[in-house]
Design a protein around this ligand. Structure first.
Ligand code: TXA
Ligand code: MG
Length: 330
């Protein structure tokens, strides 16, 4: 995939589904209709594809993404369902309901897609084009709304083109989306809580399970407002202390490196992992959360983090590093 793809639009039907599945499998980005809004799909298991997706959207931070799957069986390979979650899935899937659930230990979705969290948002869309693409691809597809960050969600292929031309490989045009409003998001972690009002009304959900208002239920309508720590999704926090912008390593520290030039004293580090020896921010984003977890697991009390430039995806990388470095309980 090139850095600046020419964006092609094709009509849904016929060859479109196979094309879309092949582009996603090759690490590309494909916009497609769902019953709510157009989604921008990428292979959920590919950290690099997910990093490219954040870059195409121009997201100021790595908001966690919804994993789209064709059916409940596929969803159960990603997440744990308690009784309430199982009842909601039985009542409303396929359809405009997203469930935030505990992520399975063997969940194959890239850590970047769930922003390093122990939870994952999952949804089974009902739109036939979305379902056909998911079935043809055969794996989970992460798909935020197919707009640039800060813009409203797109309900036509023309909206998508206006926002993302030149940034994504393919748009599958299935006409206007039937609902035009994003899915309703319910967390089933402790007791079911509404995180984002959406296309499935609260009353319909409350016929099936009682809903607690999340303490953070002030979820933004068009969801693109950057999330502060403690809002909608919480953020990844390692056990070790993070020391940012480290030019040198103290004995016993673990080191999160970036780029070709070693930090002073690298040989003293307990463990060294490099986000991208060639200094590539897409590669660095793809590795961010898995490297942080591995360094944390080394047992070092402090993880020294070399400076990462703030251009492009570097802004989101630095945002997540700063959140991970923030003192607990803030
Ligand atoms: O209707 C929809 O849901 C569309 C279509 C394409 O499926 N998708 C969509 O995705 O609206 P997006 O990324 O624009 O919004 C997903 C929201 C974000 O606000 C994100 O923070 C939240 O879901 N989210 C994702 N994973 C989460 C998690 N583990 N915990 C809490 N919130 C989560
Ligand atoms: Mg969105």
């Amino acid at each position: 995939m090139t850095a600046q793809p020419a964006t092609e639009t094709i009509e849904a039907g016929g060859a479109a589904v196979g094309r879309a599945a092949r582009v996603i499998a090759a690490g590309g980005l494909v916009a497609f209709p769902t019953e709510t809004v157009y989604g921008l799909g990428a292979d959920a298991e590919s950290g690099e594809a997910v990093a490219r997706l954040y870059e195409a959207k121009g997201r100021p931070a790595f908001n966690p993404l919804i994993a789209h799957v064709p059916d409940l069986a596929a969803a159960k390979r990603l997440a744990h369902f308690d009784t309430a979650a199982a009842r909601l899935a039985a009542a409303f899937w396929p359809g405009p309901l997203t469930l935030v659930l505990p992520r399975r230990a063997d969940c194959p979705v890239a850590e970047l897609a769930t922003a390093g969290l122990d939870t994952i948002a999952v949804r089974v869309p009902s739109h036939p084009v979305a379902r056909d693409i998911l079935l043809a691809f055969g794996g989970a597809v992460v798909a935020p709304s197919a707009n640039r960050s800060g813009h409203v969600s797109p309900t036509t292929a023309q909206h998508v083109l206006a926002d993302l031309a030149g940034c994504i490989e393919l748009i599958v045009d299935g006409g206007p989306t039937p609902m035009g409003l994003e899915s309703t998001i319910v967390a089933c972690l402790d007791r079911p809580a509404l995180l984002r009002p959406g296309a499935l009304p609260r009353e319909a959900i409350e016929h099936v399970v009682p809903l607690a208002d999340a303490p953070t239920a002030a979820a933004p309508a068009a969801d693109e407002v950057p999330l502060a720590p403690g809002q909608l999704a919480s953020h990844y926090a390692p056990r070790a202390r993070l020391r940012l912008d480290a030019a040198s390593v103290a004995p016993g520290e673990a080191l999160l490196a970036f780029g070709p030039t070693p930090a002073a004293g690298t040989e003293r580090a307990a463990l060294v992992l490099n986000l991208s020896p060639r200094g590539d921010l897409i590669e660095a984003a793809a590795r961010l959360f898995s490297h942080l977890r591995a360094l944390d697991a080394s047992g070092a009390a402090t993880i020294a983090v070399m400076p990462v430039p703030r251009a492009g995806l570097g802004e989101a990388i630095n945002d997540r590093l700063e959140r991970a470095a923030a003192p607990r309980g803030r």
